[in-house]
Design a protein around this ligand. Structure first.
Ligand code: F3S
Length: 67
């Protein structure tokens, strides 16, 4: 199991795309909302935390999997 699970709350995302500006691990999907390109990662090395912090509606969640 990967160490971190990244999710974007699709109902809350307003499609401002700020996350895609700071992190290469997010892209805008066809529905106009953001999605993680790699939702399961062992390291947060693409500014995922910064993306979560910058999101104006705080809809990016990064959970640490406990094994
Ligand atoms: Fe959506 Fe927040 Fe990104 S509103 S597009 S997840 S910065």
């Amino acid at each position: 199991m990967a160490k971190y699970k990244i999710t974007v709350d699709q109902d809350a995302c307003i499609g401002c795309a700020a996350c895609t500006a700071v992190s290469k691990n997010f892209r805008m999907a066809d529905n106009g909302k953001s999605e993680p390109i790699k939702p399961d990662v062992d390291e947060l090395k693409e500014n995922e935390k910064e993306a979560a912090e910058i999101c104006p509606v705080s809809c990016i969640k990064i959970e640490e999997n406990k094994e």
